[in-house]
Ligand binder design. Sequence first.
Ligand SMILES: Cc1cc2nc3c(=O)[nH]c(=O)nc-3n(C[C@H](O)[C@H](O)[C@H](O)COP(=O)(O)OP(=O)(O)OC[C@H]3O[C@@H](n4cnc5c(N)ncnc54)[C@H](O)[C@@H]3O)c2cc1C
Length: 447
Amino acid sequence: MSSPPKSGIKVIIVGAGFGGLTAAIECHRQGHSVSIYENFPALKTLGDIISFGANAGRIYHRWSNGKIAQRLRELSIDLTSYGFRIHKYDTGEVVYHQPTPPQDPTAPVFNGHRGELHEVVFRYAKEELGIPIHLGQRVEEYWEDEREGKAGIVLKNGERVEADLVIGADGVRSKARELVLGYVDKPKSSGYAVWRAWFPNTDMIADPRTREFCANGDTFNGWIGPDVHFLFSTIKGGKDCCWVLTHRDEHDIDESWSFPGKLEDVYKVLEGWDPTCRAIVEKTPEADLVDWKLVYRDPLPTWVSKHARILLLGDAAHPFLPTSAQGATQAMEDGVTIAVCLKRAGKENVPAAVRTHQEIRYDRVRAVQKTGETTRDRWHKTDWAKVAEDPKSISFPREDWIHQFDAEKHAEEVFDDIFGKVTNPDSEQQSTLLPVGPIGPTPVAAA
Ligand SMILES: Cc1cc2nc3c(=O)[nH]c(=O)nc-3n(C[C@H](O)[C@H](O)[C@H](O)COP(=O)(O)OP(=O)(O)OC[C@H]3O[C@@H](n4cnc5c(N)ncnc54)[C@H](O)[C@@H]3O)c2cc1C
């Protein structure tokens, strides 16, 4: 795509996660002037496995003619020949061997180490596109001024920065969300937590019970049990190992959601399971085990501030359960959509662009969010007699309506229609449009 003309629209993005970075890269692609403010003082390769569906791959592929997608590919799991092997938790038998669909080179799928993939995207934005990313800058306040047609942020050092639009891509504990909603919307426990770990294969190779997972390239296996599932991958030709175990957990997660994990606790959950699972878990250095509470939020009534100059994006607007494998991808789709809306609406119509974005995205995000629960429940409440009759019923769903979606094409196609409804005060559909914040009084704290 040749660069579009400069729009003259200035955008501030808070947060340099995948959501914020993608929004910045897409704003840059669409001709807006963008800068990022991030609390972290330095780039760190944090986290473990993260998934991007083909609907994210389609976005990445457009960056520098596939160059970035190629870099991500080299760091990601390759399951072309291995597929996904799904085991019954106690007997260990493979009940379904799900083949890997052929890769579409224009919409590749990536699963890899979050920190490593994040670094590629971060460096692309900062070093190749020259997007200013201000690290070590904690945003303390958000404001908007309707008369001036401006919004802005106040940094911890007191500095005020203003723009035409502020995007709060500040994650699951978003501060921007407070201003948009007008109340503090506390996360609640989803009732589940995951233990997760990433470590080198040395001990796995040394043990004949686990060697097969690392000796012949990348692998992906899942063990499905009552209210628990255990996913295990080997990556980079089997050199790195990663597992994620989802289980019931009702702990209060008011302030923190990530803790050091204890192997003894994992062993308890794995009692009565295929011994291979324990043989894998035993290789985990305890210092690398994370106990990650799965935070959930009812869908927010709005992602848009009162004067529509502050927009919530990514996890700040809609946290996902890992079983959807779509959290980061949906954050990316958000970034693509707002960049298109701003380009199409122009500098004079930033608030209408923001509301159009919300209308375009809201229902799709809710529907994709729901798949996190349906996939989890499909696995956690497995009817094994049914699986014996129809093994495919236990597969990991890869629905076309999610993966074949092209966020940029879609936004371009529906923009005129939705923008027309948002900007026409006489339109009958006005009453059906989503609200903007702040919304009502402080709600009762989530149970
Ligand atoms: C450290 C970390 C590790 C993660 N590891 C995994 C993982 O292993 N697997 C997985 O599937 N998902 C992981 N996630 C979550 C995943 O990255 C997100 O769900 C997804 O990518 C959506 O991204 P996001 O950009 O909306 O939010 P996030 O990735 O959460 O990014 C939000 C960013 O905003 C910054 N921020 C927050 N408040 C402020 C403020 N007041 N001022 C300035 N900056 C602020 C944060 O430092 C953060 O970098 C991790 C997230 C983080 C932050």
